[in-house]
Design a protein around this ligand. Sequence first.
Ligand code: NAD
Length: 480
Amino acid sequence: MSTLDRYYNYIGGAWTGADTWRVIHDPATDAPYAEIAEASIADADAAMAAARRCVASGELSAVRPAQRVTWLLAIADQIRALTDEAALVLCRENGKSLEVARGEFIEAARYFEYYAGMADKIEGVSIPLGDGYLDFTSYEPLGVSVQIVPWNFPPSICARSLAPALAAGNAVVIKSPEVSPLAMTFLMTACERAGLPKGAVNLLCGTGSVVGAHLVQHPDTNQIVFTGSVPTGQRILRDAAERATPSVMELGGKSAAIVHADADIEQVIDSVKAGIFFNAGQVCSALSRLLVHRSRFNEVIERARVLAEGLSIGPGVDNPDLTPLVSREQLDQVEGMCRRAIQAGATCLTGGERVSGTRGYFMQPTLFTDVAVDSEIFQQEVFGPVLVIHPFDTEDEAVELANGTQFGLVAGVFDSQLDRALRTARRLRGGQVFINEWFAGGVETPFGGVGLSGFGREKGQEALYSYVQTRNIAIRVKGA
Ligand code: NAD
């Protein structure tokens, strides 16, 4: 029997163990940290059956909406109460800083508060059809929402989809990521303590290709919400096509910021720090390409180099600027992309390899210039603390470079001339554009991609409508 702390799946309101336990390692030290029950296909079927029973009972969907408001607010309160304990687990299993981990749970609570405010305002419309008719629409829940979560922000991404799904009256089956599944269990504890009906939420930790694929293909699945990589999203879409299951796809990115000649360089450097070094660059909306007007190029690369070389690096519990990557595989992948970039002729201004002398999965903060625009490092997501800096001469060229990948998640513009900033922003391909501050926005602002970055929107009021279907009822009220 292992001496590690154990975490469980949550199925039909009960915590369940397993025959197999997955060991989770601390990215800062590579030491085993805890273990979690590995869900089986039978567990997935049990979770789907529990969710289906909850849908059929009407316990979530047929109650007065005010009851769902009460539940969601109670979940938010419980998350806040659990934050200290849960953030430490997230920090230890994922590598991220304690401060970022705390912020993630506070953001998770905010999603529940935000969608609590909408749960009793999901109103249809009345449509005039002339004398003798009454016509109205209503927004109905979809049924069972299957939600598949990646490892970079497990609790906040989970809450981002779970809160609107519950607000609209859906039951949910969640598949946590293999690499960082522990802290998500605290969201289930919050739901349990808030008194949510049994089966309304279920959490499975299992392999994507087995348990995830089974959930996607399950006949009782009424919706798929997937957040993760492009290849997995494409695979899931092919499976979803079998039953024409409605899907939300939140995929990867290779997002660019354009720095015009009149930009405030302090703002740019602050945004570089947040945009590519926050969470060690493991952010779908990371600022991974910085396109700089040639007149400011040398100044920006020098400032960025000073920033990168001055970052503190260490375990998440110490709240450094740069924390380890989530796994050895991720570190190998990021370092491999840097090596190939150098082989292809890019100039590595700083970094480019893992931090030596540690068993933790630390990658050096890395800056590249002299990068070919058709090269891997300019075109593909790295998902690590790696920034490409590239010059441009004209606005048209900058826009073409920014839009010149298959992705379209976010983009940014830095400029003290707001008219030009706005004009550039409107030309950029992506679901959201930041002007003068990377990551400006919050739970209130719609988020999602175009192109290979996916489709559908999460966050904000708009996201709620991904979790309902419109029903129109037309009544003939007068005899012919
Ligand atoms: P991933 O695609 O490897 O895994 C994501 C999830 O899918 C995991 O839970 C995994 O177990 C599951 N999965 C794998 N194969 C499956 C299958 N065949 N059927 C069903 N589920 C399956 O992604 P990752 O490495 O965990 O996350 C990193 C990626 O996620 C990056 O590309 C990043 O850009 C993206 N991401 C996007 C957003 C967004 O909101 N757009 C947010 C965070 C991360």
